[in-house]
Ligand binder design. Structure first.
Ligand code: RB5
Length: 148
């Protein structure tokens, strides 16, 4: 897969670890910035990755800000995105098995680099379970309004 990765200055300190984990799992990195700890606005970087996903330029995306909260808010406004803020391997595994996450969100000020690497590896390697979980995803569109 090609994985689009975007961060703000709060996420930048763990971006290289995330990129390394993606590469080690055999996937291609599309780095969409930012490229320093200089202050930037996270919606602008979320938009770069979300647009790349929507245009089919990458298969999944990883968004990183300080807490992961701002990037989560941005991600889940976009049609077809299932953005999941994960703090550990368990939430990363569940986000794939139960929620078919296609957008991993991380908080660079909340987790350390080793945990970030673990999360990315688990998120990339864990398949969606389908079945009742697909029914529940369908129900999100039915009850909340489809944004496909
Ligand atoms: C930037 O200071 C910070 O607000 C941002 O990285 C993120 O945590 C927002 O939700």
């Amino acid at each position: 897969m090609k994985i689009g990765i975007a961060c703000d200055h709060g996420g930048y300190p763990i971006k290289d670890i995330v990129k390394e984990a993606v590469s080690l799992c055999g996937h291609e990195v599309m780095d969409l910035g930012t490229n320093s700890t200089g202050s930037v606005d996270y919606p602008e970087y979320a938009k770069k990755a979300l647009d790349a996903f929507s245009k089919g330029q990458c298969d999944r995306i990883v968004l990183i800000c300080g807490t992961g909260i701002g990037m989560s808010i941005c991600a889940n406004r976009v049609a077809g995105i299932r953005g999941t803020l994960c703090h550990d391997a368990y939430t990363a595994r569940m986000s794939r098995q139960h929620n078919d996450s296609n957008c991993l969100v991380l908080g660079g000020r909340v987790i350390g680099p080793a945990v970030a690497g673990d999360i990315v590896e688990v998120w990339l390697k864990t398949p969606f379970e389908g079945g009742r979980h697909q029914d529940r995803l369908n129900k999100i569109d039915a009850l909340m309004g489809s944004r496909q």
